[in-house]
Ligand binder design. Sequence first.
Ligand SMILES: NC(=O)c1ccc[n+]([C@@H]2O[C@H](COP(=O)([O-])OP(=O)(O)OC[C@H]3O[C@@H](n4cnc5c(N)ncnc54)[C@H](O)[C@@H]3O)[C@@H](O)[C@H]2O)c1
Length: 229
Amino acid sequence: MSLAGRIALVTGAASGIGRATAAALAEAGAEVTGADLAGFAGGERVDVSDEGSVAALFARIPPPDIVVNAAGILIETPTVGSEVDHFDRQIAVNLRGSFLVARAAMEAMAGTGTNGRIVLVASELAHLGRAGFAGYCASKAGVIGLTRALAREAAPGILVNAVAPGPTDTPMLSPDTMSPEALALETQNPMGRIGTPEEIAAAVLFLASPGASFMTGQTICPSGGAVML
Ligand SMILES: NC(=O)c1ccc[n+]([C@@H]2O[C@H](COP(=O)([O-])OP(=O)(O)OC[C@H]3O[C@@H](n4cnc5c(N)ncnc54)[C@H](O)[C@@H]3O)[C@@H](O)[C@H]2O)c1
């Protein structure tokens, strides 16, 4: 799993899965830049939904050969009577953001030769669907389609894969963001528990590693068995 000599960028790195992924890549020997909408020590600022912000980020960091887009938002709301702005915001950050970061990564990697890796972050809910999560599920299903399309476009020099995590112990999974009914569903998988950010980061690390050299366009689901494909 050594990533010595590799340069990585992780978005959403101020918190949760992005933060654990940045740590795992660094532990494996990569030189890691973390970026987030929120400020944090040693990190870069970026709004992944903003084309100019993503371009500016890539212009001021060393060209990465591993890019992980873990930035994301979740808004739970019943669809009937909902504000379309909530749908639009989730599409903007989760899907448009994945597109903008992956496009910038492909452009940066084109200048550095081959063996690039892009890992996007979807969700088990893209496969399962869930009442009250239409915008989130749609945005994450879009990420899976985007992964497949970009994988075909970028091969063989750049491999594009995704992780679709199950419920993970981060600030996104809290009573502040989700209803008691939705939270109660989160442990209903064969393993009967939620995951840790480190367990998701381990899957991302694999996709970024030499061990995944024959994989592209895949979405793997560390979800305690909730999703079996
Ligand atoms: N926690 C879970 O149960 C779970 C499950 C499946 C998928 N995911 C996905 O994993 C990813 C990471 O989520 P998490 O659980 O670590 O949540 P989190 O809230 O802990 O972290 C998300 C990070 O993304 C950043 N962010 C939000 N909007 C941004 C923007 N426009 N530009 C840049 N950064 C932005 C936030 O500031 C935050 O630091 C997300 O894409 C999320 O949808 C999470």
